[in-house]
Design a protein around this ligand. Sequence first.
Ligand code: SF4
Ligand code: SF4
Length: 450
Amino acid sequence: MRPNLMTPVAHRSHLKDLDYSVVQQCMHCGLCLPTCPTYDATQLERHSPRGRISLMRAIADGELEATKTFGEEMYFCLGCLACQTACPAGVNYAELFEHARAEVEDSGVLQSPKRNLIRAFTVRWLFLDLARLQLAGKLLRLWQQLGLQTLVRGSGILKLLPPRLRELEAQTPSLQPQFSADLIAPVTSAVGERKYRVAMLTGCAQDLIYSDINRDTVEVLARNGCEVITPPAQSCCGSLHAHNGEWTLAQTLARRNIDQFPPGQFDAIITNAGGCGSHLKHYTKLLADDPAYQKRAELWDAKVKDIHEWLVEIQFQVPPNQLETRNSKLETLATYHESCHLCHGQKITSQPRQLLRAIPGLKLVELPEANWCCGSAGIYNLTQPEMAGQLLARKLNHIEATGALTVATGNPGCLLQLVNGAKQRGLNLRVVHPITLLAEAYRQSETRPH
Ligand code: SF4
Ligand code: SF4
């Protein structure tokens, strides 16, 4: 008999199997509540970290079964981890959250034919093999380069689409004319003496939309004494899968990455995407039930470095000359938006600011609520557009209030979210990765007399 997809079936319970010391950490003090964007917006306990953890614990204790409401609650959570930073008891919300979403997926409580189809195509097929993703990227790029996207948008035909599809279409990112493998050699020599040998992870969506940032990262690393190994065919880090309840696929991708980049061969394994880095540093826990990978996963976790973290660690070179900006003095005024998974997930807060402040001629103005989520949160802006839109508006209001015409941020999801928001609002705002600003400063210091 075929299983009814709408009926929960017997499954492994991720929450019941989870180390109970993680499940029972929360002491219900509520100190995390003011930092939680969904609680702030609704003032409802169920939309707070404390409320969500209580639900997770009830399932772990066998008092509650996973239900549709539980599933929806877990997907209303941004996974921004602001609660983890605020928590005095050291609750590991990241681990709870990933296991709770895996519980939702394994229990099937949110299944529907439409959802199953979308997930099967995206999370389980497209993002599992980057050759497929690149092929899709090339087709989309062709569509954009031939002007068909502009033509279709101008024709008014999109008005026939349901509003939600129209909104999604408007958010389609512009793909880079060249992907990372076209811009970066498999081996880039260090400029001057080689001090380090590092691997560079080019990412999945990052490779299609922000391959220029990957190129800038490799250039900056080389200028700081790193030989950079960048194989053209890489794998997704698996954060998309782990954050969306696909535990087994996340494990598969982790093993693939460890096999491709044996951590013993590198001084560091570099990522320039906050969301990826936060996941990449926890392969040991992800592969805890795989003795064949345990030792290598531990070494892997120790070697993964966010680019800002690594550059500060190796005492990066400060560019000597002033940063030339496009055409206005005002553009030297920049602000910094913190990617949630860089600041809350990896606790990297001072290094990007240190790096930006070191760029001569760039004046950094602090952004109010810099570590408050912008609403991107992986694919949250696609699945929860209303909440994501509110958070984006709040973020843009703060950016506008600073008077900065440049906002730097270290995660592709945040970059894309802010680019789309600035476009919708008609702002003259440059949204840029800090590493690109540093790369520009290095280049300009070469072309101008010291
Ligand atoms: S991860 Fe973010 S949205 Fe989810 S409970 Fe924690 S603070 Fe709230
Ligand atoms: S998660 Fe931490 S801060 Fe929030 S209620 Fe529990 S113990 Fe308190």
